[in-house]
Design a protein around this ligand. Structure first.
Ligand code: HH2
Length: 282
């Protein structure tokens, strides 16, 4: 693969932590989805239920009402995934044209198998309602990687041909857990399953970026976390992630193209001396 892929986040919800309310109207959602394809998204990930810390579940019929028409409209423009934990919503979304099931519960592989769709297994400790209340692990990397491998193998045995694994940044994890999982991404990549990573605008970026202001300084607000998002997406891609899940598609696409270039042997393609002369060095 020449470059890592970019998955654009499209939340058809009133309450998502970053884009909540912006694309709750189906027309606005479809418009934003098409814009993300134009900006370079390889996949647009449509969700109808927020999974931010503290979020309450959305009734099945309501979640379906939110995502199905948007998926139907966007499937003509590019690859669409559905972000859901509910079997019935996943089935309806795959019937409406989604070809990838982004499953934050990592339990719906049988639905993907039956539809011949791809499947993402994401790790989450607990449920969104309570997952950020003092999450703890004896060894976060071992636990998360072990869980993902077990689920991915079960999905493969059930006949899912395209299985992704995702460490679930921010899902029952402290900032230290998130950083540890990012640091150990190469180990997950080495399992051979393609890795998806979503750090985009998440709260640990706000907390870490607040440090220069000194202890006690307020976290950077969500709309100012773009730089940290691009930095961590680039980090993940350089560590071998095959796809990043992002709100800021255009900037992430640029980063993905650059990482793709880094993966090629630039000196071999252009010749070291021509690169040096193009840069004006002697
Ligand atoms: N993060 C969120 C939702 N779905 N899916 C995968 N595979 N990986 C992630 O890291 C991931 C995910 C949370 O982000 P967002 O959709 O922007 O917010 P909300 O859950 O509030 O709708």
């Amino acid at each position: 693969m020449a470059r890592p892929l970019v998955m654009g986040v499209l939340n058809v919800t009133p309450d998502s932590f970053s884009d909540g309310g912006l694309y709750f109207e189906p027309e606005r959602a479809v418009e934003r989805g098409i814009q993300m394809f134009d900006e370079g998204a390889d996949v647009v990930d449509v969700g109808g239920e927020s999974s931010r810390p503290g979020a309450l579940p959305v009734p099945e019929a309501e979640e379906m009402r939110r995502v199905v028409p948007v998926i139907e409209a966007l499937a003509a423009h590019g690859r669409v995934s559905v972000d859901t934990r509910k079997e019935s919503v996943a089935e309806a979304a795959l019937a409406a044209g989604a070809t990838l099931l982004n499953d934050i519960s990592a339990s719906l592989w049988h639905v993907a198998a039956a539809a011949g769709a791809g499947w993402v297994a994401m790790h989450m400790k607990g449920t969104p309602l309570s997952m950020q209340e003092a999450p703890s692990y004896s060894d976060v990397v071992r636990e998360v990687h072990g869980f993902l491998l077990e689920r991915a193998s079960r999905a493969q045995s059930a006949g899912v041909a395209e299985v992704w694994v995702d460490p679930g940044i921010g899902f029952g994890k402290t900032a230290a857990h998130n950083l540890s999982l990012l640091r150990h991404l190469p180990q997950l990549v080495a399992t051979g399953f393609p890795v998806l990573v979503g750090t985009s605008r998440k709260s640990f970026l706000g907390a870490l970026a607040a440090r220069p202001g000194g202890p006690g300084s307020p976290p950077v607000p969500v709309e100012l976390r773009v730089d940290g998002s691009i930095a961590t997406a680039t980090w993940a891609m350089l560590a071998g992630a095959s796809m990043v899940r992002v709100h800021d598609v255009a900037a992430s696409h640029q980063a993905a193209v650059l990482v793709g270039e880094a993966r090629l042997d630039v000196s071999g393609r252009l010749g070291v001396s021509s690169v040096a002369s193009a840069m004006g060095s002697t």
